[in-house]
Design a binder for this molecule. Structure first.
Ligand code: FES
Ligand SMILES: [Fe+2]
Length: 450
């Protein structure tokens, strides 16, 4: 639009020199990060910089979030052809769209000059039309229309960049990685636990999004331990046997008997009771793990009165299926009873900000007001989740202080998963690779601009 403006050669050269200086110099110096990783004291929480430093945050995105499978949503969010939602994370925006029988994911970045293509968080689009100069893409990401190019212009070279997408029991996962870690074992393990639940035929009864002033790892650490359950979650602790034992170790004998008896009951009802993970156990190597836990006597669901609040999911026969839970590092968590499931998705925003999305699933044919009431379905995880958000934000506030230094994990945190999570996390950090990638991208920009 408008006539070409005159070029300020001096400021253009200054800018170019500044960029070249940045590339040739400090960004490759990742020694301080390597030092922080290698000098971490085992069994202690991390140094402050892991929770506050923007460069570490960028490294987390490159080394963790762009390498693993990320929980993006549920198939019921996009039931019809052309339905889509956006998943925004750090600088990225991903279009997750239904294209006939397929679910596809594309970077939400126009291949003309880079505008976001879709701006609404959810919607239906039979064609993806860039709002800047009108380039038009099909749902499969291919470019079909752009004005003012010669007949020789190779449209097929300018499709939207694809992102890996898979589903497991109705949950949609994406991966930015060129070669993602294996997803099939996760599908297999989740199906062995949830095959009777038919979560692919569930719907979202309620969704709530929270913006939290804390680093994403503070959320993950919190969800790896039940040391805090007795203090922070009286409602959850009263319902889950393992949480009750964590809060009152004197209950261990009784708890073991109940867990064993219930586990045999679940097995007789065709429910898997194994602890499953990507590495055969609960350890540092696993990017996911899942297990089934028993309720306290008098409870069969994660509800206020302990009874069911919605029709049984899928083809479950009895009301007590225990509480099935999984954690897929770094951002997906589920706790499912026989009548509903609570799904949590964590999304990093900055070093000291995250988003937590909570979704509650019930069977698709259940009618609100008749078969279930949203308040009753959401009660436990709304209560428990909001308690967690508060303690995590308080945790970050203290970590920000000049007085903070790493503190020792208790036995329950060491055995329950926090130490495993931290070791897994530190193993992922590859400052050199991540910053080399940043450099090579910058170099390409300079090369084509020169
Ligand atoms: S940036 Fe999308 S059409 Fe120009
Ligand atoms: Fe908690």
């Amino acid at each position: 639009m408008g006539k070409p403006c005159s070029v300020d050669v001096k400021s253009e050269n200054e800018n170019k020199n500044k960029i070249l200086l940045m590339i040739s110099n400090p960004i490759t110096n990742t020694d301080w990060i390597n030092e922080a990783i290698t000098t971490r004291k085992p069994g202690f929480s991390l140094e402050q910089l892991f929770y506050t430093n923007p460069e570490i945050f960028n490294l987390d995105i490159e080394s963790v979030f762009k390498r693993y499978w990320l929980l993006a949503g549920h198939v019921s969010q996009i039931p019809k052809d052309g339905d889509y939602f956006l998943y925004n994370i750090a600088n990225e925006s991903v279009i997750v769209i239904r294209d006939g029988g397929e679910i596809r994911a594309h970077y939400n970045v126009c291949r003309h000059r880079g505008s976001r293509v879709l701006l609404e968080q959810t919607g239906n689009a039979q064609r993806l039309v860039c709002p800047y100069h009108g380039w038009v893409y099909k749902k499969d990401g291919s470019l079909t229309h752009c004005m003012y190019y010669s007949k020789d212009f190779k449209k097929k070279e300018y499709g939207l960049d694809p992102i890996h997408v898979r589903t497991a029991c109705g949950l949609i996962y994406i991966s930015f990685a060129e070669h993602p870690v294996e997803f099939d074992p996760f599908v297999r393990d989740l199906e062995s636990h949830l095959k009777l639940y038919h979560l692919d035929q569930a719907k979202i009864a309620y969704h709530k999004s929270y913006t939290l002033s804390c680093n994403w790892k503070i959320l993950c650490e919190n969800f790896c331990e039940c040391y805090h359950c007795g203090i922070a979650h009286p409602e959850y602790t009263a319902r889950l046997m393992y949480a009750g034992v964590a809060a009152s170790p004197s209950l261990k004998g009784k708890g073991d008997v109940i867990e064993k008896e219930r586990s045999a009951y679940y097995s007789r009802n065709g429910l898997c009771t194994d602890l499953l993970s990507s590495n055969g156990g609960w350890n540092t190597e696993s990017w996911y793990y899942m297990a089934r836990a028993a309720f306290q006597p008098g409870y069969v669901s994660q509800t206020k009165d302990g009874g069911l609040v919605a029709p049984l999911l899928g083809e479950l026969k009895g009301p007590d299926a225990g509480s099935f839970a999984f954690f897929s590092r770094p951002n997906g968590i589920m706790e499912a009873s026989s009548d509903h499931a609570a799904l949590l998705r964590f999304t990093p925003i900055s070093a000291t900000q995250s988003q937590a999305d909570a979704y509650w699933l019930v069977r698709q044919d259940a009618v609100e007001g008749k078969d279930y009431d949203v308040e009753r379905v959401t009660w436990l995880w709304k209560t428990t989740g909001e308690q967690d958000w508060t303690i995590c934000v308080n945790n970050q506030a203290g970590v920000n202080s000049s007085s903070y230094r790493p503190g020792p994990y208790s036995e329950i945190e060491l055995s329950g998963g926090v130490e495993d999570f931290i070791r897994w996390y530190l193993k992922q950090l590859r400052p050199k690779d991540a910053f080399l990638k940043t450099n090579s991208q910058s170099s390409q920009v300079i090369a084509s601009a020169a």
